[in-house]
Design a protein around this ligand. Structure first.
Ligand code: FAD
Length: 408
């Protein structure tokens, strides 16, 4: 046992730092160690995809560097340090040859970009994905070195990240092509008429859109790259941005024998993993998934409504940080999420979505042009979620009030 070992948090994203701040507020004396594979800078990740429009450099997004974070939190912060393994029996982390004891451990390791669609793309020096400030710094570096400062950027993937970067880079004066296999952008968030409206707003602003198309190859042309699409079209670009989704970083937890699923590290509503001294929150955690899998006596009782939730948004991780800080300082607290709509940062066509947690019986869609209200309903006509575009976005508050909570 290590009674004097610190509370140890792996990850200094919004989840890890948010938790450290909340614990420190409740307990001025607790020893806290934060470990990060990256620079440990404190920044707001959602700002990465609106920084061009706002004319912010990567450095301008740093609110505090790791030294200032350590000072403000009275915590130890280890940067550029990757945790290699967790021994939950002896309660130690392995970092290279070093062993580091913990009293309680929190996994806030986030999610990593999915592998690019073509294997050779991942090795290409002109192919990027942007999932943290370090990625963003490199990306801005190459963009700014570009002659004339106007680059041809091909974005692969039209989910939230791909659409937001498309809008932001276009606003920043770059020439953007958006390529995705689906028929419309934001396919998992918007029913087709609303997705079409967003695609049309992009096209009207000069973004080249190539939906229902896949990239089959990326070749170096010396000056840039040529992307071959599955319909035979070849597109030239200076840079490629992969936005093909994120996968929770569960490998460390899985190797330690903790319960995981493709949706994340499984936790109960107190954010406890299958080991009572290990907790998880943020993009890596599937909250409520542990109860869904078994009731800890081993009886499976999962059902369609109860598979746990990995929301992958800021508001849920902030609520998780608050609840977990209470639990870790002696007040066991379950987390709940209200009906928080996601505001997609596409000023070319404003979008707000409360994704339904179960497949709706139907979408009831009203509106035309740019302004749509789509209500996701069950068989009895009850509201499960909604999607709004254009001027209808202002209805988000009124609708969220009557929609079911994300995690009640
Ligand atoms: P991360 O920020 O990914 O942090 C993970 C941390 O773990 C990092 O510090 C990493 O270095 C560390 N780590 C991982 N593995 C190890 C290891 N083995 N050893 C040591 N350290 C390790 N959400 C919204 O609500 N609204 C938005 O508008 C919005 N816009 C977004 C725009 C973009 C471009 C992106 C990418 C995301 C956006 N999101 C948005 C989602 C939101 O940003 C994330 O949900 C949130 O930032 C996740 O935080 P996290 O701390 O869980 O993970």
């Amino acid at each position: 046992d290590h009674p004097f070992a610190p509370l140890t948090i792996i990850g200094t994203g919004m989840a890890g730092l948010g938790l450290a701040r909340a614990v420190r507020q409740r307990d001025p004396d607790r020893q806290i160690t934060l470990i990060s594979a990256d620079s440990g800078d404190d920044y707001v990740k959602p700002l990465l995809s609106s920084a061009f429009t706002k004319r912010q450099t990567a450095q301008a997004l740093v609110m505090r560097d790791a030294v200032e974070v350590a000072d403000a939190l009275q915590a130890r912060v280890r940067t550029h340090t990757t945790v290699d393994a967790i021994d939950t029996v002896s309660r130690q982390l392995r970092i290279g040859v070093e062993s580091l004891p913990y009293s309680q451990l929190v996994l806030a390791t986030g999610a990593a970009p999915r592998q690019p669609c073509t294997a050779e793309a991942s090795r290409h020096s002109r192919v990027f994905s942007i999932n943290d400030l370090d990625d963003y710094r490199r990306w801005r570096g190459v963009l700014e070195r570009h002659p004339g400062r106007q680059a041809r950027v091909a974005i692969i993937g039209a989910g939230l990240v791909g659409c937001e970067f498309a809008n932001d880079l276009q606003a920043g004066g770059h020439r953007v092509t958006l390529i995705a296999p689906e028929t419309t952008p934001l396919p998992r968030l918007l029913p087709p008429p609303l997705g079409r409206a967003l695609g049309e707003a992009f096209a009207a602003a000069g973004i080249r859109v190539r939906f229902e198309r896949q990239v089959t190859a990326i070749h170096d042309t010396g000056e840039g790259v040529a992307l071959t699409l599955n319909d035979g079209e070849s597109l030239e670009a200076d840079l490629v941005l992969m936005a093909t989704g994120l996968r929770p970083r569960t490998a460390l937890a899985e190797a330690a024998g903790l319960a995981v699923s493709p949706a994340g590290i499984l936790t109960d509503r107190r954010l406890t993993t299958s080991d009572p001294n290990v907790f998880a929150l943020g993009d890596v955690a599937c909250v409520g998934g542990l109860e869904a899998t078994s009731d800890r006596s081993g009886n499976a009782r999962g059902n369609a409504q109860h598979h746990g939730l990995n929301a992958m948004y800021v508001q849920p991780l902030q609520a998780s940080a608050k609840a977990l800080a209470a639990t870790l300082t002696g007040t066991p607290t379950e987390v709940s999420y209200a009906a928080w709509p996601v505001i997609v940062k596409t000023p070319l066509l404003p979008v707000a979505v409360l994704p339904p947690r179960q497949a709706p019986q139907r979408w009831r869609i009203e509106g035309d042009g740019d302004d749509f209200t789509a209500l996701a309903e069950d068989e009895a006509g009850r509201l499960l979620g909604f999607a709004l575009t254009g001027r209808c976005v202002r209805r988000k508050v009124e609708l969220a009030r009557v929609a079911p909570p994300l995690l009640g």
